[in-house]
Write a protein that binds this ligand. Structure first.
Ligand code: C2O
Length: 652
């Protein structure tokens, strides 16, 4: 492998990717640039935080997560969850992440993992190409793309939802005390982030009526939709307008294909909130990989992706040369906008939009047990043969792809509805424990690795225990490795009045086969009288895209209601289940996951909706850290502005 270096220079600019001017976060001057490596390369990322201190924020810095990469060995420290693997990088500082990439070739995602900067633009695709051929030049893309699928070219589609307020300011409101009478337009009270104003495809799109439809006024944006003049608020320098040559807002992204050729499209849902269905006008596409793992091919016109999921498809330009719509439509969230892009046959005038209406997907039934691609398309694993594994460049440990037949431990995780904390804050929880928003101002991994009694000392320093909400940090929920079966809230009985808030940890011993049963079937809907999202019935339960760091998991089964071993265990698929890193748990349903605890480190398991993870819907698997590689020689200094500087631990 080679060393592949990127400098991510993070700046605040003013831009109008949706036709509406607002502060945005750019990476080395562009919106959501791609990072690409070959399997076997060392990736060196220098993150330079040039954001002004005054940028409204709910955190102290930025931090990059490599979503879907396993981060094995010493890479565990570069996993990017702020205050878990390392401290974030404060404004004016920089930090270099460096690690070997040995994951299967495919489509991944990088993003900030401190607070809201991801939603403000600090994210992009991450592509792992097959290993370099001996003697091949260190260039992208490689010439020999794959032994299994051949294609002539590729495009990456970064799908984001876009708000006209900065995501950090929206998250800030989620910190405010909840008051049912003051949930809108009241900056002193909790308010939900609401619907995005636009869907962007590679940073381009339109909001509201600015969306172009055939017959609605020709081939250029209505004049009212041109970006408003930039006004840079005082104290926000050195913000600059995002130069027009790389701000192609107010236009559709276009993807050009040559007639007769086959293209690989890498679809990445990097949304803050929106579950998306993408549809291709006039073309069936062939699904070949989900979350970077090859699947048995499936031909379809529409595909579903939740936040954090990636799908790879092949599209053959076998239709009459023309321009065709690509629709990205929201699911579940009534009132969220759709986004559009254009599939352009080379040689066809790109300024002529398709004359047909854009295709619309069949709506997934809101709120009930519903189906996304896992069910509608059932992307099963390819039946592995050793030849196939070689051709797919899977790492030795993944060569068989099939899950281990039996678990050594079962963890039951219940997704509750939002709960009011005693201090008036509204929280999402797992098993009725919401992750603290004020973690200790340290790298948790390095402290737990160096000082086995660290947690005990922290518990002593914690102001109160279990949910009275009186202090900044209210306890530790720690499930030990020896607890083989964990059930601490059955999800069916009414929940305790207040969730616990604190560090939510579940320990795995090395080598365990861990089953995670996720139930999203809460009997209680909400303590108060408010639902964060409008749904048709009062008892609506939200869907959650659950993502696991440091691993991929097998999705052995899913269904409606709560998981029930006697009814459902026999039906689990242990032969060729989907193997993913992000899975949708539908409202009123369950999923059954399995993973191998073979990667020492601390691995977050969380809902990938940004407001939900921010409101506490996460736990950390503390995995065999006695055997974790030591920390890198240089680590970022924890920002002086950390919100929770507890009394310094003593060497235990
Ligand atoms: Cu892309 Cu922890 O998430």
């Amino acid at each position: 492998g080679c060393m592949v270096s990127y400098t991510l220079n993070v700046t605040l600019a003013y831009g109008a990717p949706s036709c509406f001017a607002r502060p945005i976060v750019l990476t080395s001057g562009v919106f959501g640039p791609a990072i690409a490596v070959h399997q076997g390369d060392t990736l060196k990322i220098t993150l330079v935080n040039n954001l002004p201190v005054a940028f409204p924020s709910v955190t102290d810095g930025i931090s990059i997560h490599y979503h879907g990469l396993q981060m094995a060995g010493s890479a565990a420290y570069f996993d990017g969850m702020a205050y878990v693997s390392l401290c974030p990088v404060a404004p004016g500082k920089s930090y270099t992440y460096q690690f070997l990439v040995n994951d299967p070739p495919g489509t991944y995602l990088w993003h900030d993992h401190s607070a809201g900067f991801k939603g403000d633009g600090l994210e992009g695709p991450l592509i792992v190409y097959p290993p370099r051929l001996p003697g091949a030049p260190p260039a992208f893309p490689p010439l020999a793309v794959s032994d299994l699928w051949s294609y002539d070219g590729e495009h990456t589609l970064l799908l984001t939802d876009w708000y006209h307020a900065s995501t950090n300011s929206l998250l800030f409101q989620l910190n405010m005390p909840f008051d049912a009478a003051r949930v809108t337009n009241d900056t002193g009270a909790w308010s939900w982030i609401g619907m995005p104003q636009a869907i962007l495809i590679n940073g381009r799109g339109f909001y509201g009526d600015c969306q172009l439809f055939p017959g609605s006024g020709g081939n250029s944006a209505p004049p009212t939709c041109m970006p408003s003049t930039f006004t840079v608020p005082p104290g926000r320098s050195p913000a600059q307008p995002w130069a027009s040559n790389n701000n192609p807002g107010c236009t559709h992204s276009q993807f050009t294909v040559e007639p007769g050729k086959t293209f690989r499209l890498r679809l990445v849902n990097a949304a803050t909130l929106v579950f998306m269905t993408i549809c291709f006008e006039g073309h069936n596409v062939t699904l070949i990989a989900a979350d970077a793992i090859p699947t048995a091919p499936i031909s379809t016109r529409c595909l579903d992706l939740n936040s954090g999921q990636r799908l790879d498809v092949l599209l053959t330009a076998d239709q009459p040369p023309a321009n065709y719509w690509i629709t990205v439509a929201p699911q579940y969230r009534i009132g969220a906008p759709a986004g559009y892009a254009v599939l352009n046959y080379k040689g066809v005038n790109t300024s002529t939009f398709p004359s047909s209406p854009p295709p619309q997907p069949v709506n997934i039934t809101p709120w009930g047990f519903a189906e996304d691609s896992l069910v509608r398309l059932s992307p099963r694993l390819l039946t592995a043969s050793s030849d196939l594994a070689v051709n797919l460049y899977l790492s030795p440990g993944e060569a068989t792809l099939a899950p281990p037949p039996v678990p050594t431990k079962i963890v039951l995780v219940n997704l509750s509805q939002p709960l009011l904390e005693a201090n008036g804050q509204l929280r999402w929880a797992l098993n009725n424990v919401a992750m603290t928003r004020n973690p200790p101002c340290v790298s948790l991994l390095s402290k737990m690795q160096k000082y086995p009694k660290f947690l005990k000392q922290m518990a002593v320093n914690a102001s109160t225990v279990n949910g009275t909400g009186a202090g900044p940090f209210v306890g530790i929920s720690y499930v030990k490795a020896k607890d083989k079966m964990t059930v601490y809230y059955d999800g069916i009985s009414p929940a305790p009045l207040y969730p616990s808030v604190g560090l939510h940890l579940v320990e795995n011993a090395g080598g365990e086969v861990v089953d995670v049963v996720v139930n999203n079937f809460p009997a209680n809907s909400f303590n108060g009288d408010y639902r964060p999202v409008v749904g048709p019935t009062r008892t609506a339960v939200e869907q959650h895209p659950m993502h696991l760091h440091g691993h991929r998991f097998w999705v052995l089964g899913r269904g409606s209601g709560a998981f029930n071993a006697s009814a459902h265990a026999a039906g689990l698929n242990t032969v060729n289940p989907p193997y993913r890193d992000t899975v949708t748990v539908t409202g009123g349903g369950w999923v059954y996951l399995r993973f191998k605890a073979d990667n020492p480190g601390i691995w977050p398991f969380h809902c990938h909706l940004l407001p939900h993870v921010f409101m506490g819907q996460q736990l950390y698997f503390v995995e065999d850290i006695a055997n974790a590689a030591p920390p890198p020689s240089k680590v970022p200094k924890c920002p002086a502005t950390c919100q929770y500087n507890f009394a310094p631990y003593t060497k235990a």
